[in-house]
Design a protein around this ligand. Structure first.
Ligand code: FCB
Length: 494
């Protein structure tokens, strides 16, 4: 089963985002002196001139527990909602489950050696909640913890800095049975798990992300039901559980701080809607800034501002969430860094409406990678960090995911020449370098993904790795894109 509509445009289907019904004409005033004009790019001579990144830039890769680990019944791991969902007929392409996946639970040493051979400086991974607390709360499973300690030690031994995500969608089934993210108790339960786990790992791991992509697991899990737990709860319940998600984040920031060693940094990995001006003129840039704030109102904006925007509450009307002033304060707990996952831009133009912007729909011919939702737009990797930094003065940022799916084939010589992925990465990194060279404080980039893996409802059909995995033999083969990335890392630029 493939997605019938874009994973990230779901909010617009709910009518929660900008409508594109009447689009006034574009402004025409090109302003070469305005901010962010292409002229800001250093010359690209193609003859060895390197567009550098700052010294110490963290070149990394990203994975997530349920997508790579396998070993779902091992060492006391409890059942997660993704086990249940993937074993439910009709939910995932080809009925694929992640029972084995990349078998990284057993092969993590090989994976770390692979990272080292590419020269990676950082590794973003996630902890499976149900390996630590098989029932979500209560009894701790020491063996689960031991696994992550061993994994982190292996990374450190290879000179690779660990970046740990505490929730990448694999909620313990026992908690879903009590309402999952719809049950307010989950905020305390998540904070407890996050604090406990970070506390145990903070002697060796310095960066923790509370959650991955709030929008995805809220809207896909409970909005259109295309991801676990596969529910369609309607707009009112969706807005309320969205509130519990941001509350859980805020409570967990405090819990992680309280339990961890001094110097531990706490942040998030959020897939902001990456508002990007259709033309880099002042009016469209201003529109994109408004869109960045408004389209992310119930996610990064509320985390940064401690309030829901007026427009968001107005838009929801009677469906708006219930909240207390105290909860809003908790939600806005200051973070040490902000991670954003950027795959595609959200093209925005100036508009006469109250909002002052309009989101431009995708033309049918828009260039798209293998996943239908993945529209190509390298400029998103310039504008997303730029606008997040401008709006909220974030001091430390990471690109916690970026990458793409390709129709990879192994050729007669055993190579995978993924020129499309290589082109994708090169162009996105060019825009990231543009942002960094203008002083946007992005400290690292985590490519999704190190390995081909279990791509949620797309099963094994959509390969996102820079390393090809033969799922029958578990043989790993670096693709052309891995060689390219290794080259970028080696010269700290492109
Ligand atoms: C992101 C997810 C990640 C992976 C990539 C392709 O939305 O965070 O797990 O599925 O997309």
């Amino acid at each position: 089963m493939s997605f019938r509509f874009s994973r990230r445009s779901f909010a617009r289907l709910l009518g929660a985002a900008a409508g594109a019904a009447s689009l006034p004409s574009l402004g025409s005033s090109l302003n070469p002196g305005g901010i962010g004009v292409p002229g800001a790019l250093p010359p690209m001579d193609g003859m060895g001139g390197v567009r550098s990144f700052p010294q110490g830039f963290v070149w990394g890769s990203a994975t997530a527990s349920y997508q790579v680990e396998g070993a779902v019944k091992e060492d006391g791991r409890g059942v997660s909602i993704w086990d249940t969902f993937s074993h439910t007929p009709g939910k995932v392409a080809n009925g694929d489950t992640s029972d084995v996946a990349d078998d990284s639970y057993h092969r993590y040493k090989e994976d770390v050696a692979l990272m080292k051979s590419l020269g990676l400086k950082g590794c973003r991974f996630s902890v499976a909640w149900s390996r630590i607390f098989p029932n979500g709360t209560g009894q701790v499973n020491e063996k689960g913890l031991d696994h992550y300690k061993a994994f982190v030690d292996e990374l450190l031994g290879a000179g690779i800095e660990p970046y740990c995500t505490l929730y990448h969608w694999d909620l313990p089934q026992a908690l879903q049975d009590k309402g999952g993210w719809e049950n307010r108790d989950i905020a305390e339960q998540f904070a407890h798990y996050a604090g406990y786990t970070a506390g145990k790992l903070s002697d060796r791991c310095k960066h923790f992300m509370t959650m991955n992509e709030m929008r995805s697991f809220v809207e896909l899990g409970y909005g259109n039901g295309m991801h676990a737990p596969g529910l369609q709860v309607g707009p009112k319940r969706l807005a309320q559980l969205n509130h519990y998600v941001v509350l859980a984040h805020g409570m967990s920031v405090a819990a992680i701080r309280a339990a961890s060693k001094p110097g531990t940094k706490v942040g998030i990995a959020d897939n902001v809607d990456a508002a990007t001006p259709v033309i880099e003129t002042p009016e469209h840039i201003a529109a994109a800034e408004k869109a960045m704030r408004e389209e992310n109102a119930m996610f990064l904006t509320v985390l940064q501002e401690g309030k829901y925007t007026d427009q968001y509450l107005k838009r929801l009307g009677a469906d708006a969430p219930h909240f207390t002033p105290e909860e809003m304060k908790t939600i806005a707990a200051p973070m040490d860094f902000v991670g954003i996952n950027v795959y595609q831009p959200m093209w925005v133009r100036a508009d006469e409406s109250e909002k002052g912007y309009a989101v431009v729909p995708w033309p049918s011919s828009y260039p798209t990678m293998l996943s239908p939702w993945l529209k190509v737009g390298p400029e998103g990797l310039y504008w997303a960090p730029k606008l997040v930094n401008k709006l909220w003065g974030v001091k430390e940022m990471y690109i916690t995911e970026n990458g793409c799916s390709s129709a990879d084939v192994v050729n007669a010589d055993g190579e995978i020449l993924d020129t499309d992925r290589t082109m994708f990465i090169r162009n996105y990194l060019t825009q990231l370098q543009r942002a960094v060279s203008e002083g946007v404080p992005v400290k690292g980039y985590f490519l999704w993904s190190l390995l081909d893996n279990y791509e949620w409802a797309d099963g094994y059909e959509k390969r996102f790795g820079i390393t090809y995995v033969d799922f029958k033999t578990q043989k790993r083969t670096p693709k052309l894109s891995a060689k390219y990335y290794k080259h970028v890392i080696a010269q700290n630029g492109l």
